[in-house]
Design a protein around this ligand. Structure first.
Ligand code: F0G
Length: 473
């Protein structure tokens, strides 16, 4: 077995050799499981929306892997080196240099988090009437593209929409779909291809190096740029190392750098695989796009040498980038997610396969075939998990998909999922066991579970604030 291999059935083989986290725990934060009646009350007060629960009322928090990572002692030490100057902070230059080194782009604009960068990039590149193809939408990405006057068009391969299909690179762009779109609307209407690593809404599914290389060739022929959502690119790089021919001997850092070299720039939510609690950035090679974004950042985020972050945040972010490209770290990160997935698969619980980089996605359609999609099965599944065990997860289905701006109807996505997102360096293998057993209990009670009705719906990104009530039997 080579160092990058993770056995598919960890813990099952005789004579096995396990991986373990390349860190030990120095500080702990107590958590508690509230009694069932208190959980019922908290859920009702939250309108059956896990986003509206108080964190204190949660036992194991799998709402997101965003900003919920544990920082290292070196990152905390770096926080003390914050140069809190309004302009020209030393920490900014270190961050800029680190991004150039590991991602390879020329120009860097710091932002408070990923959507700040999405806003700048969208405003700097999209004109009203433009079309932005991408490998499946992400909520905040698409809304910024729409607010800039663009229309997002999904060009991911069909396999991505089938939770049971075991294609190794379900995040790939379907080049034929993209080419047909270019023929239909014209290249001048397409400011860029919006490419995401480990596609979040598809279940954390990677893009292969061969795909991004071919995408580069196709877009170059038409003069179209590629901007990368690099939010979880370390995890994407791991899957390339593990699954793609020719990459087993390359490091995560080398793979990341090569992947980025086929794109024109990237935006980043540092709160994910840059291992911090807050921060983000936009990095591009095009000077004109950079100048526009750098000018806008002072209007929306802060001066172009801090963009909404404190000096100490930028220091922690720079150190986080270096820690996150270490092969043993990424192996343990993805390995922990896979450990949980393997347990669920052994019990024949329906999840998206292959298991992705940051989360397990429960397939709510197969959990609750008797609940129609407009009665929010994935939302109800998240509620049931909280009721059973105080575990907080997130809906990624019809509620997240929102309404079609033209018709006002719900969008009905093929994937109706509940996401168990694993924060980085936070929970132990014992937590994974507890989570798996909770999912099993909810699955065993599936036939008695009914759907929900939505009783309050906000105008934008409704999944964050919508409220629900259970339907009667
Ligand atoms: N792109 C992707 C793929 C994301 O997953 C997120 C955030 C963003 C962009 C926006 O970044 O939150 O820093 O503004 N995803 C979080 C999640 C919220 O839970 O998946 P942000």
């Amino acid at each position: 077995m080579t160092s990058h291999d993770i056995p598919q059935t960890m813990g099952q083989q005789a004579g096995r050799r396990s991986w373990a986290e390349p860190w030990k725990i120095k500080m702990v934060e107590p958590i508690r499981l509230m009694p069932p009646e208190a959980r019922q009350k908290a859920l009702e007060e939250a309108g059956y929306n896990t986003f509206l629960l108080r964190s204190e009322d949660v036992y194991i928090d799998l709402l997101t892997d965003s900003g919920t990572n544990a920082m290292s002692d070196r990152q905390w030490a770096g926080m003390m080196l914050g140069d809190e100057a309004y302009a020209g902070s030393r920490n900014f230059y270190r961050l800029e240099e680190t991004i150039r080194t590991y991602y390879g782009y020329r120009y860097v604009v710091p932002t408070h988090q990923g959507r700040g960068a999405e806003h700048l990039l969208s405003q700097a590149t999209i004109k009203p009437g433009d079309v932005i193809p991408g490998n499946m939408y992400f909520t905040t990405t698409r809304i910024h593209q729409e607010l800039a006057g663009g229309t997002f068009v999904d060009v991911i391969i069909d396999e991505a929409h089938d939770p049971a299909d075991d294609h190794p690179f379900k995040g790939n762009v379907d080049l034929a779909k993209l080419e047909a779109l270019i023929d239909r609307v014209g290249a001048e209407k397409i400011p860029y291809v919006s490419l995401a690593g480990t596609v979040n809404m598809a279940g954390g599914q990677p893009v292969s190096m061969a795909n991004v290389r071919a995408l580069r060739e196709l877009t170059a022929r038409h003069g179209i740029r590629i901007y990368l959502d690099a939010t979880r690119m370390m995890e994407n790089s791991f899957f390339i190392q593990e699954r793609e021919e020719g990459y087993a001997g390359k490091s995560i850092a080398e793979i990341l750098r090569e992947f980025c070299s086929y794109t024109d720039g990237a935006w980043m939510s540092g709160k994910k695989d840059n291992l911090v609690n807050i921060g983000g950035w936009l990095a591009v090679n095009d000077e004109e796009v950079f100048e526009r974004a750098r000018n806008m950042v002072v209007v929306y985020e802060g001066l172009h040498t801090y963009g909404g972050m404190a000096g100490r945040d930028m220091e922690a972010l720079a150190i986080g980038i270096e820690e996150a490209v270490q092969d043993d770290y990424v192996q343990a990160r993805v390995g922990q997610v896979r450990y949980l997935g393997d347990l669920l698969l052994q019990w024949e619980i329906p999840i998206v396969q292959p298991v992705g980089g940051h989360a397990i996605f429960l397939d709510a359609r197969r959990f609750y075939p008797h609940i129609p999609q407009d009665q929010f099965p994935a939302q109800m599944l998240a509620a049931q998990l909280y009721l059973d065990s105080g575990i907080r997860s997130m809906e990624r289905g019809i509620v997240s998909a929102g309404r079609d701006p033209e018709t006002g109807d719900h969008r009905y996505p093929a994937l109706e999922l509940t996401r168990l997102t694993i924060p980085r360096r936070v929970y132990t293998q014992a937590h994974m066991d507890v989570i798996a057993e909770a999912v099993k209990a909810v699955y065993d009670a599936r036939e008695e579970t009914r759907g929900l009705e939505m009783v309050y719906e906000p105008a934008y990104l409704r999944f964050f604030q919508a409220r629900f009530k259970p339907l009667g039997r």
